[in-house]
Structures are given as structure tokens and as C-alpha cells.
Design a protein. Structure first.
Length: 257
């Protein structure tokens, strides 16, 4: 029996001399490199994605004191009489007194405009204790509309002059002040609210030993215009104030780095 140890083992390098082996080797090298690079990029991407997920949502506030630029004073008055013509004449007299009042304060004739009128017939009353004929109530409403806020305030302070002229103002006769230039200050106030939100986010980042990155999302709240000193609206002439406060709150999400 022949000793197999005498037979030399085939050289390992002989396999790689085969053309198909060389092709397989050439193809496997780029594949291996691709797997290595892909794994690195995947790991780096997961790291960056995790970092991107870190964020903080805060609110920013902006407030600004403004002065109204439009005043509207609605005046309501009426007259009642068994004779419709007499009631109408009384209301016309009050209207003329109101126009003279505002003209004396320097307002143009067209600053006061009628806004509504109605007529009510009150049925007669026949009773054991009271008998009253049918009457007519004529109710008139006019409005002063002006951008001269100072002059409007002066008129309100002198409204008792109307009473001295015989004009009896009814409930609901009140002045209202409005700020109509909100669009002029919106951009600056939104920017201010955003800066306030970033300051809050920075404080949070300082406490958590991180930094504030870019804005991920933002929501602008409604602009609110209220009386600056907390005056409430109402009637009887002087309830409102021309001094207003504009307020807006934004909600901003910042990434953390």
C-alpha cells in the first residue's frame, strides 16, 4: 500500500489561478467595501437622526401698547307721542341738536351719519286703574366716525351738553375705539415673539447642557387687542378707551444639538 503522505498537496494558489475564481474575487472586493462604507453611513445616519429628534417646544410672547386710530360714537335717542308727526318732529329736533353739538366741536358735517331708525306703535290701555291712548315711539340712531381721537375724547367729556340741549341718550349710546393698523406691526411682533421663544429654548438648553438649533416648526397664535389698562367695554359714552394693548403668542419647536 502506498503512503498517501508522499503525494504533494495541491497548492492553494492554484485555485486562484482559475479564471472563475479570479472573477469571483474581483466581484467580492467592491461588495465588501460597499458593505463597510454602507455600514458606516448607516450608523452615522442613525446618529444624526437621533440627534435631529432632540427638540424643545416653547412659547414666545410679544406685547405692544398702541393708541386707537378710529373712534365710533353711537348715539341712540327716541320720542314717544300719541301723534306720530309730533314724535317724529321731536326726534328731528334732537338730531339737529346733535349735529350742532359736533359741529361746534369742529367736526365736519358728514362725520355724523344716521345708522338706523324704527317706529313702534304702542297699543292703547283700557283698565280700571289706567287708561292710555295708543302712542308711537320713534327711535333714531346716529354715529360719529372719526380718526381724530383727541377731538372724540373731548366730545365724550362734554356729552352732558347734549342733555342740556334736551337730548336724552338711551342705553347703548357708547363710544368705541379701534386700532386699525394691526397689519403694520404684525411682522415686527411675530419676530419679537420668535426671539422670546428662542430665549426660552436657550434657557432650557443651558439647563440640559445642549445648544439650540434651527426651527423645526412654528405656529402663530391670534393677535389680541384689548384695553391697555383693563377697562371694560360698555355703554353711556365713556366706557371704552383709546389706549390698547396688542398681544400675540407663538409656539415654536427648536431642534437641540
Amino acid at each position: 500500500m502506498r503512503d498517501r503522505s508522499d503525494n504533494p498537496a495541491p497548492a492553494a494558489s492554484g485555485f486562484w489561478r482559475h479564471p472563475q475564481a479570479q472573477i469571483a474575487l474581483a466581484a467580492s472586493v467592491p461588495l465588501a467595501l460597499g458593505l463597510i462604507v454602507g455600514g458606516y453611513m448607516l450608523g452615522d445616519g442613525l446618529t444624526r437622526a437621533k440627534a435631529y429628534e432632540r427638540s424643545v417646544t416653547v412659547r414666545g410672547l410679544a406685547e405692544r401698547d398702541v393708541t386707537a386710530d378710529l373712534a365710533t360714537w353711537t348715539l341712540s335717542y327716541s320720542a314717544t307721542s300719541p301723534d306720530f308727526a309730533a314724535a317724529q318732529a321731536s326726534v328731528d329736533s334732537d338730531t339737529n341738536a346733535i349735529r350742532a353739538f359736533f359741529k361746534g366741536l369742529g367736526f365736519a358735517d358728514d362725520a355724523v351719519q344716521p345708522t338706523g331708525v324704527n317706529v313702534t306703535r304702542n297699543e292703547p290701555v283700557y283698565g280700571a286703574n289706567e287708561t292710555r291712548p295708543a302712542t308711537f315711539t320713534v327711535r333714531q340712531r346716529v354715529a360719529l366716525r372719526t380718526h381724530d381721537i383727541v377731538r372724540a375724547q373731548q366730545a365724550v367729556r362734554r356729552q352732558f351738553d347734549l342733555i342740556r340741549r334736551g337730548v336724552m341718550l338711551e342705553e347703548g349710546s357708547g363710544i368705541a375705539y379701534a386700532f386699525t393698523k394691526l397689519n403694520d406691526i404684525k411682522p415686527a411682533m411675530v419676530a419679537e415673539a420668535t426671539r422670546d421663544a428662542r430665549a426660552s429654548a436657550q434657557q432650557f438648553a443651558n439647563d440640559s447642557d445642549t445648544g439650540v438649533g434651527a426651527i423645526k416648526s412654528a405656529t402663530q397664535g391670534y393677535f389680541e387687542v384689548t384695553s391697555r389698562d383693563g377697562d371694560s367695554g360698555g355703554s353711556w359714552g365713556a366706557a371704552d378707551t383709546p389706549f390698547k394693548k396688542v398681544r400675540v403668542v407663538t409656539t415654536v419647536e427648536f431642534s437641540l444639538r
